[in-house]
Design a protein around this ligand. Structure first.
Ligand SMILES: NC(=O)c1ccc[n+]([C@@H]2O[C@H](COP(=O)([O-])OP(=O)(O)OC[C@H]3O[C@@H](n4cnc5c(N)ncnc54)[C@H](O)[C@@H]3O)[C@@H](O)[C@H]2O)c1
Length: 282
């Protein structure tokens, strides 16, 4: 791992999974951390644990889909630390189902976090990062599901295509501006994290448990497939090893599962040939 001593690292979705592992690695290297998550309990536990090990940490409980909350998070971060070296727009949620049956609240929830959460991170932190005039990084978490399509996850897949493409355009604009900020897109395959339990923090206003579709065999089968898919995931430690190595090497598309690269080629070939989409299969 590079020397992160004294670097200021911001992570959304820091209380569990990939974000938590990133926070622990950076803290162990002497970085200063500004952490945010909707999961107040686990965020509080992490802050306590890292402070107990001597790290300088601040944390804010928020919903990344709330622009004002993100603006306040950015303000507090710059007030405390003065600048930002690494911004991880990492918070994410997932939902399975059939596109013409799912309640619209699934779209609002997942896009609010996976797309607008990233947009809010960029809009609230990047203007000041540009003014810092020092090398710094914005690392957005997309997914392998932002590169190849799976028939089980219409909302998630389309949110991750949006997160990836917005990160690509973002990097082009950073290049054009000649700034010292650069962007990265993390594109993990399946990782064993808490993502399978993400509904537990779904905002009440966007929860629709009584929707008739959730009671159907189709929904239950798709949800079971989603839950079971996590069993085949790599460990969070391995994923974070690859993520940190990718950032250190300056790799824009950080892929944790290169064995799926042929599927990406298949998708591109299909686009060029004009064939119908092919199923995501191992
Ligand atoms: N686990 C995988 O297989 C996998 C694969 C590809 C991409 N990803 C992406 O990696 C990122 C991290 O996910 P993870 O796998 O570590 O899952 P995770 O559930 O363990 O961690 C995600 C964190 O985001 C937080 N979060 C959820 N909604 C939020 C909101 N509205 N505001 C603030 N925080 C919120 C959760 O509380 C949680 O702490 C996500 O963007 C996810 O889509 C995960």
């Amino acid at each position: 791992m590079s020397d992160y001593k004294g670097k200021i690292v911001v992570i959304t979705g820091a209380a569990n999974g990939i974000g938590k592992e990133l926070a622990s690695r950076f803290a162990a290297q002497g970085a200063k951390l500004s952490l945010a998550d909707i999961d107040s309990e686990n965020l509080g536990k992490l802050e306590k644990e890292l402070k107990g090990k001597g790290a300088e940490v601040m944390s804010v409980v928020l919903d990344v889909s709330d622009f004002n909350a993100m603006e306040n998070f950015a303000k507090k971060t710059f007030e405390k630390f003065g600048s930002v070296d690494y911004l991880f727009n990492n918070a994410g949620v997932i939902a399975a189902g059939t596109i013409w049956e799912l309640p619209l609240s699934d779209w609002e929830w997942v896009f609010g976090v996976n797309v607008m959460g990233v947009v809010h991170g960029i809009k609230t932190f990047v203007p000041q990062m540009l003014k810092q005039d020092k090398e710094s990084c914005v690392i957005n978490t997309a997914s392998l599901a932002g590169m190849v399509v799976g028939e089980n996850l219409p909302v998630y897949v389309s949110s991750k295509f949006a997160a990836l493409s917005l990160t690509e355009v973002f990097d082009l604009q950073l290049q054009d501006s000649g700034s010292k900020v650069r962007a990265f897109a993390i594109c993990p395959g399946i990782v064993q994290t808490d993502l399978k339990n993400c509904k537990r923090h779904r905002p009440a206003g966007l929860t629709n448990d009584n929707d008739a579709y959730y009671k159907t065999a189709d929904y239950k089968a798709k949800e079971t497939t989603l839950q079971e898919s996590f069993n085949s995931g790599i460990t969070v430690e391995k994923a974070v090893d690859t993520i940190l190595e990718g950032i250190e090497k300056g790799t824009f598309y950080i892929m944790t599962h290169p064995e799926y690269n042929p599927l990406i080629s298949l998708r591109v070939m299909g686009i060029l040939k004009g064939t119908r989409p092919v199923k995501f299969q191992k």
